[in-house]
Design a protein around this ligand. Structure first.
Ligand code: CDP
Length: 244
Protein backbone atom coordinates (compact mmCIF):
# COMPACT_ATOMS: atom_id res chain seq x y z
CA UNK A 1 0.00 0.00 0.00
CA UNK A 2 2.86 2.38 0.82
CA UNK A 3 3.91 4.44 -2.17
CA UNK A 4 0.65 4.09 -4.11
CA UNK A 5 -0.96 7.18 -5.56
CA UNK A 6 -4.47 6.14 -4.58
CA UNK A 7 -5.65 7.43 -1.19
CA UNK A 8 -3.97 5.47 1.56
CA UNK A 9 -6.04 4.35 4.52
CA UNK A 10 -4.35 6.43 7.13
CA UNK A 11 -4.31 4.32 10.23
CA UNK A 12 -1.79 4.70 12.99
CA UNK A 13 -1.53 1.39 14.83
CA UNK A 14 -0.59 1.41 18.51
CA UNK A 15 -0.17 -1.81 20.48
CA UNK A 16 1.21 -2.66 23.87
CA UNK A 17 0.61 -4.43 27.18
CA UNK A 18 -1.99 -3.50 29.80
CA UNK A 19 -1.98 0.05 31.13
CA UNK A 20 1.15 0.92 29.17
CA UNK A 21 0.05 4.45 28.35
CA UNK A 22 -0.93 3.50 24.80
CA UNK A 23 -4.47 4.82 25.22
CA UNK A 24 -3.29 8.17 26.57
CA UNK A 25 -0.75 8.54 23.76
CA UNK A 26 -3.24 7.39 21.12
CA UNK A 27 -5.94 9.73 22.33
CA UNK A 28 -3.64 12.76 22.45
CA UNK A 29 -2.25 11.95 19.02
CA UNK A 30 -5.71 11.52 17.50
CA UNK A 31 -6.80 14.88 18.86
CA UNK A 32 -3.71 16.57 17.55
CA UNK A 33 -4.12 15.10 14.05
CA UNK A 34 -7.90 15.46 14.00
CA UNK A 35 -8.19 11.66 13.60
CA UNK A 36 -10.77 9.32 15.06
CA UNK A 37 -9.55 7.50 18.17
CA UNK A 38 -10.52 3.82 18.46
CA UNK A 39 -9.63 1.88 21.60
CA UNK A 40 -10.24 -1.72 20.49
CA UNK A 41 -9.86 -2.98 24.08
CA UNK A 42 -13.24 -1.40 24.78
CA UNK A 43 -14.83 -3.71 22.19
CA UNK A 44 -13.48 -6.86 23.87
CA UNK A 45 -14.50 -5.40 27.22
CA UNK A 46 -18.02 -4.77 25.88
CA UNK A 47 -18.29 -8.39 24.67
CA UNK A 48 -17.22 -9.51 28.15
CA UNK A 49 -19.71 -7.26 29.90
CA UNK A 50 -22.51 -8.37 27.57
CA UNK A 51 -21.80 -12.02 28.47
CA UNK A 52 -21.77 -11.25 32.19
CA UNK A 53 -25.01 -9.28 31.91
CA UNK A 54 -26.68 -12.10 29.98
CA UNK A 55 -25.62 -14.61 32.64
CA UNK A 56 -23.38 -16.43 30.14
CA UNK A 57 -20.33 -18.15 31.60
CA UNK A 58 -17.29 -16.35 30.08
CA UNK A 59 -15.73 -19.82 29.73
CA UNK A 60 -18.49 -20.92 27.33
CA UNK A 61 -16.73 -20.24 24.04
CA UNK A 62 -19.63 -21.10 21.74
CA UNK A 63 -22.15 -18.95 23.62
CA UNK A 64 -19.80 -15.98 23.99
CA UNK A 65 -18.81 -16.14 20.30
CA UNK A 66 -22.45 -16.22 19.20
CA UNK A 67 -23.24 -13.30 21.49
CA UNK A 68 -20.38 -11.22 20.11
CA UNK A 69 -21.78 -11.50 16.57
CA UNK A 70 -25.06 -9.93 17.70
CA UNK A 71 -23.46 -7.28 19.91
CA UNK A 72 -25.32 -3.98 19.62
CA UNK A 73 -22.28 -1.78 20.14
CA UNK A 74 -21.71 1.91 19.46
CA UNK A 75 -18.46 3.80 20.04
CA UNK A 76 -18.74 7.56 19.93
CA UNK A 77 -16.20 10.34 20.43
CA UNK A 78 -16.91 12.17 23.69
CA UNK A 79 -17.14 15.67 22.41
CA UNK A 80 -18.50 17.76 25.24
CA UNK A 81 -19.91 17.98 28.73
CA UNK A 82 -23.38 17.14 27.38
CA UNK A 83 -22.36 13.57 26.58
CA UNK A 84 -20.32 13.07 29.72
CA UNK A 85 -16.90 14.18 28.48
CA UNK A 86 -16.57 16.25 31.64
CA UNK A 87 -16.02 13.05 33.66
CA UNK A 88 -12.66 12.44 32.02
CA UNK A 89 -13.73 9.85 29.46
CA UNK A 90 -12.01 9.63 26.07
CA UNK A 91 -15.08 8.20 24.32
CA UNK A 92 -18.53 6.84 25.04
CA UNK A 93 -19.50 3.19 24.62
CA UNK A 94 -23.14 2.22 24.27
CA UNK A 95 -24.12 -1.42 24.71
CA UNK A 96 -27.74 -2.02 23.68
CA UNK A 97 -28.11 1.76 23.93
CA UNK A 98 -26.91 1.78 27.54
CA UNK A 99 -23.86 3.94 28.47
CA UNK A 100 -21.36 1.39 29.83
CA UNK A 101 -18.20 3.47 29.39
CA UNK A 102 -17.08 3.22 33.01
CA UNK A 103 -18.50 -0.21 33.73
CA UNK A 104 -16.15 -1.58 31.08
CA UNK A 105 -13.22 -0.76 33.37
CA UNK A 106 -14.56 -2.71 36.38
CA UNK A 107 -12.40 -5.40 38.04
CA UNK A 108 -15.07 -7.95 37.07
CA UNK A 109 -14.56 -7.18 33.38
CA UNK A 110 -10.76 -7.12 33.91
CA UNK A 111 -11.01 -10.61 35.37
CA UNK A 112 -12.70 -12.16 32.30
CA UNK A 113 -11.72 -10.05 29.30
CA UNK A 114 -8.56 -11.98 28.43
CA UNK A 115 -10.36 -15.30 28.11
CA UNK A 116 -13.19 -13.76 26.08
CA UNK A 117 -10.74 -12.07 23.73
CA UNK A 118 -8.82 -15.30 23.17
CA UNK A 119 -11.78 -16.88 21.33
CA UNK A 120 -11.25 -16.90 17.53
CA UNK A 121 -14.99 -16.33 16.95
CA UNK A 122 -14.96 -13.18 19.08
CA UNK A 123 -11.75 -11.91 17.48
CA UNK A 124 -13.02 -12.51 13.96
CA UNK A 125 -16.12 -10.43 14.62
CA UNK A 126 -14.27 -7.59 16.37
CA UNK A 127 -11.53 -7.45 13.73
CA UNK A 128 -14.19 -7.30 11.01
CA UNK A 129 -15.76 -4.28 12.75
CA UNK A 130 -12.35 -2.67 13.32
CA UNK A 131 -11.36 -3.00 9.65
CA UNK A 132 -14.64 -1.45 8.59
CA UNK A 133 -13.78 1.60 10.70
CA UNK A 134 -10.18 1.64 9.43
CA UNK A 135 -11.43 1.75 5.85
CA UNK A 136 -12.74 5.26 6.47
CA UNK A 137 -9.16 6.39 7.18
CA UNK A 138 -7.75 8.98 9.57
CA UNK A 139 -7.88 6.69 12.60
CA UNK A 140 -5.55 6.08 15.53
CA UNK A 141 -6.31 2.49 16.52
CA UNK A 142 -5.08 1.11 19.84
CA UNK A 143 -4.95 -2.52 20.99
CA UNK A 144 -2.84 -5.69 21.10
CA UNK A 145 -2.84 -6.90 17.49
CA UNK A 146 -3.47 -3.81 15.39
CA UNK A 147 -0.03 -3.72 13.74
CA UNK A 148 0.28 -7.51 13.47
CA UNK A 149 -3.22 -8.62 12.41
CA UNK A 150 -5.88 -5.93 12.06
CA UNK A 151 -4.01 -3.39 9.87
CA UNK A 152 -0.63 -4.95 9.07
CA UNK A 153 -0.01 -2.36 6.33
CA UNK A 154 -0.56 0.65 8.60
CA UNK A 155 2.01 3.28 7.63
CA UNK A 156 3.04 3.85 11.23
CA UNK A 157 3.08 1.18 13.94
CA UNK A 158 4.01 1.88 17.52
CA UNK A 159 4.45 -0.52 20.41
CA UNK A 160 4.19 1.35 23.68
CA UNK A 161 5.38 -0.33 26.84
CA UNK A 162 6.63 0.39 30.37
CA UNK A 163 7.72 -1.62 33.41
CA UNK A 164 4.92 -3.61 35.09
CA UNK A 165 5.39 -1.64 38.32
CA UNK A 166 4.99 1.72 36.62
CA UNK A 167 1.97 0.47 34.67
CA UNK A 168 0.32 -0.82 37.84
CA UNK A 169 0.99 2.44 39.62
CA UNK A 170 -0.60 4.45 36.79
CA UNK A 171 -3.69 2.20 36.78
CA UNK A 172 -3.86 2.49 40.58
CA UNK A 173 -3.80 6.29 40.35
CA UNK A 174 -6.52 6.19 37.63
CA UNK A 175 -8.77 4.03 39.78
CA UNK A 176 -8.32 6.28 42.81
CA UNK A 177 -8.99 9.38 40.70
CA UNK A 178 -12.28 7.76 39.64
CA UNK A 179 -13.18 7.35 43.30
CA UNK A 180 -12.70 3.57 43.56
CA UNK A 181 -10.93 1.60 46.24
CA UNK A 182 -7.81 0.32 44.62
CA UNK A 183 -5.19 -2.11 45.80
CA UNK A 184 -1.80 -1.73 44.12
CA UNK A 185 -0.76 -5.36 44.63
CA UNK A 186 -4.03 -6.65 43.14
CA UNK A 187 -3.73 -4.35 40.13
CA UNK A 188 -0.12 -5.44 39.54
CA UNK A 189 -1.16 -9.10 39.74
CA UNK A 190 -4.03 -8.54 37.29
CA UNK A 191 -1.78 -6.72 34.82
CA UNK A 192 0.83 -9.49 34.96
CA UNK A 193 -1.81 -12.19 34.59
CA UNK A 194 -3.41 -10.52 31.55
CA UNK A 195 -0.08 -9.79 29.86
CA UNK A 196 0.98 -13.41 30.29
CA UNK A 197 -2.35 -14.69 28.94
CA UNK A 198 -2.46 -12.19 26.04
CA UNK A 199 1.14 -12.97 25.04
CA UNK A 200 0.75 -16.75 25.20
CA UNK A 201 -2.58 -17.14 23.43
CA UNK A 202 -2.65 -18.94 20.12
CA UNK A 203 -4.63 -16.39 18.12
CA UNK A 204 -3.21 -12.90 17.62
CA UNK A 205 -0.92 -12.89 20.65
CA UNK A 206 0.38 -9.63 22.05
CA UNK A 207 3.71 -8.84 20.38
CA UNK A 208 5.26 -5.93 18.49
CA UNK A 209 5.02 -6.06 14.68
CA UNK A 210 8.45 -6.51 13.09
CA UNK A 211 8.39 -2.98 11.76
CA UNK A 212 6.90 -1.36 14.88
CA UNK A 213 8.75 1.44 16.64
CA UNK A 214 9.04 0.51 20.32
CA UNK A 215 8.58 3.30 22.84
CA UNK A 216 9.33 2.45 26.45
CA UNK A 217 7.71 5.18 28.52
CA UNK A 218 8.72 3.94 31.97
CA UNK A 219 10.51 7.25 32.50
CA UNK A 220 8.54 9.43 30.10
CA UNK A 221 5.41 11.46 30.74
CA UNK A 222 2.63 11.61 28.10
CA UNK A 223 3.91 14.89 26.67
CA UNK A 224 7.36 13.39 26.13
CA UNK A 225 5.86 10.35 24.39
CA UNK A 226 4.01 12.67 22.06
CA UNK A 227 7.25 14.48 21.26
CA UNK A 228 8.75 11.14 20.19
CA UNK A 229 5.77 10.30 18.02
CA UNK A 230 5.81 13.74 16.42
CA UNK A 231 9.47 13.21 15.59
CA UNK A 232 8.59 9.93 13.87
CA UNK A 233 5.86 11.61 11.84
CA UNK A 234 8.20 14.47 10.97
CA UNK A 235 11.03 12.15 9.99
CA UNK A 236 9.08 11.17 6.89
CA UNK A 237 8.58 7.60 8.07
CA UNK A 238 4.91 7.99 7.25
CA UNK A 239 4.53 10.65 4.64
CA UNK A 240 1.12 9.36 3.65
CA UNK A 241 -0.16 10.11 7.14
CA UNK A 242 0.77 13.76 6.85
CA UNK A 243 -0.66 14.05 3.35
CA UNK A 244 -4.22 13.35 4.48
O1 CDP B 1 -6.60 -0.70 29.22
P1 CDP B 1 -5.85 -1.99 29.33
O2 CDP B 1 -4.49 -1.90 28.70
O3 CDP B 1 -5.82 -2.55 30.70
O4 CDP B 1 -6.66 -3.10 28.52
P2 CDP B 1 -7.49 -2.93 27.18
O5 CDP B 1 -6.65 -2.30 26.11
O6 CDP B 1 -8.81 -2.32 27.48
O7 CDP B 1 -7.71 -4.46 26.75
C1 CDP B 1 -8.39 -5.36 27.60
C2 CDP B 1 -8.12 -6.78 27.10
O8 CDP B 1 -8.72 -6.95 25.82
C3 CDP B 1 -6.66 -7.16 26.94
O9 CDP B 1 -6.09 -7.66 28.13
C4 CDP B 1 -6.72 -8.21 25.84
O10 CDP B 1 -7.01 -9.48 26.40
C5 CDP B 1 -7.92 -7.79 25.01
N1 CDP B 1 -7.58 -7.11 23.75
C6 CDP B 1 -7.24 -7.88 22.66
O11 CDP B 1 -7.16 -9.10 22.76
N2 CDP B 1 -7.00 -7.31 21.45
C7 CDP B 1 -7.08 -5.97 21.30
N3 CDP B 1 -6.87 -5.45 20.09
C8 CDP B 1 -7.40 -5.15 22.40
C9 CDP B 1 -7.64 -5.74 23.63
Amino acid sequence: MTGEKTPTPTVIAIDGPAASGKSTAGYMLARELGFLYLDTGSMYRAATLAALRAGIDPGDEAAVSALSRDLELQLKPASGAADGAADGRQYTVLLDGDDVTWELRSPQVDAHVSVVSSYPGVREEMVRRQREIARMGSVVMVGRDIGTVVIPDAPLKLYITASAQVRARRRWLDRKAQGHDADYAEILADINRRDEFDSQRKHSPLRPAEDAVIIDNTDLDPAAVLVEIRALLGAGRSQEIKEV
